[in-house]
Design a protein around this ligand. Structure first.
Ligand SMILES: [Zn+2]
Length: 83
């Protein structure tokens, strides 16, 4: 079976997540939420929640028992809601 999609290194994933966090920080969000998949490992599940930009953990999460393979993403938290 031919693998056409390039497998991402951990470094690339880390850089991607950092860029995503930067975009959120530079947007309208006041805080950032970490969202994880329902089948993520306990470490990642525990990290799910809302953080200040100053103390949000880096993704992929340190100590992830799937070696950072769990689905975890940053999502913006907005203080206000549109009409
Ligand atoms: Zn994990």
């Amino acid at each position: 079976m031919a693998i056409t999609a390039k497998v991402k290194t951990e470094e690339e994933r880390r850089a991607e997540q950092k860029a995503a966090l930067e975009r959120i920080r530079n947007g309208l969000a006041t805080k950032v939420r970490i969202l994880v998949a329902l089948d993520a490992c306990p470490v990642c599940r525990a990290a799910e929640g809302v953080y200040d930009f100053d103390n949000v953990p880096e993704l992929p999460l340190e100590g992830c028992s799937n070696g950072g393979e769990c689905y975890a993403v940053y999502a913006p938290v907005l203080d206000f809601y549109g009409p």
